[in-house]
Design a protein around this ligand. Sequence first.
Ligand SMILES: C[S@@+](CC[C@H](N)C(=O)[O-])C[C@H]1O[C@@H](n2cnc3c(N)ncnc32)[C@H](O)[C@@H]1O
Length: 355
Amino acid sequence: MDERAAVAKEFVGARAEDFPTSPLYRALRPVVAEQPQILDMLGYRRAGQQAPYLFFGAVHHLVLGGAEHPLRDFFASVVGDAARSPEEAGPALIDFCDTYRPELDQLIRTRLVQTNAVRRAVGLRYALAVIAETCDQPVHLVEVGASAGTLLHVDRYRFRIAGRSFGPADAAVTIDSDWRGDSLPEMGVIPTIASRTGIDLHPVDATDPEERAWLRALVWPENSADAGLLDAALAGLAADPPRLIAGDGIDVCPDLGRQLPSGEPRVVFHAATRMHVPPDRRAAFDQAIDSMGERGPLFHVWLEPGHVPHEGDTADDRPVLRFHGPGTGGTQPLVQIAGHGQWLAPVDAELGGEA
Ligand SMILES: C[S@@+](CC[C@H](N)C(=O)[O-])C[C@H]1O[C@@H](n2cnc3c(N)ncnc32)[C@H](O)[C@@H]1O
């Protein structure tokens, strides 16, 4: 398959759950797949980057940045409830791409898909509660692919789920999520976080307006609540930034594993990151994380699409938070979770492909 066809397949061959909360992007995917010039432009994106997220992020960035073009009338992030029907947006998108080709080209060549989905912290909170069942020591929290690092503040957020709340009552960030099951497992107790470190190819500076604008553009246009969460979480990071290390997790993890205090437990988390690692580098990515268990108990938690399974896992198209740790004997599915954390469900719940 040539590069153009491969990119087109990312837009139309992609799984049905893609963009579940963006009718606009869902409607535009087949339009993009028919545009050779856009597909060719995407051929110059950085290795491993998933083309649809990058492309729509670039378009949204220009629209939010004030591009005067009829396409803006389709973006709820710009015109709110007055947004026009997504089904009619195709011609405007094609014209927009002609008009703003140099700007789009620059963004596509240089930017990374860095979506920092704050609501995903509910999955990390869930995993930390499971870890607390067997680990009564403080843990060192490491996120590989942390973007700006909003998930590293997981213990500072309030979570409301299934009529219950967890986390500090006076938190500046409150995350709502649904529970699609009978009784919600206990999430009240989590380990103390002894240190928090993010690793990213390009750590996002929460105080830089241009960087914040790119993260904002990566939030899908209809998801105004998520945009509000991102703003609040970035303010928290700006006030008290966690340690962020610039580099590839493949190179950084082994060193960081040696630097953490010997014998102390470490939780290594990644979400929507391994999917952007080029396929031929994923085994090295897994090994680098495993190496962090050489000098202390390693709890490894991840939320990645099932179609890019870790070594030894079987492919599973359901969105499942997975885990392995001392004594688990292999990978354990912990809980089903929507891609952006809007809901959780027991692993065995039959959800019938709900978004
Ligand atoms: C889609 S974002 C997800 C951010 C965050 N984990 C979340 O769930 O909100 C993926 C992040 O992983 C980073 N990334 C991709 N490959 C990486 C690698 N090999 N090492 C470190 N960071 C990587 C990207 O720069 C980007 O910031």
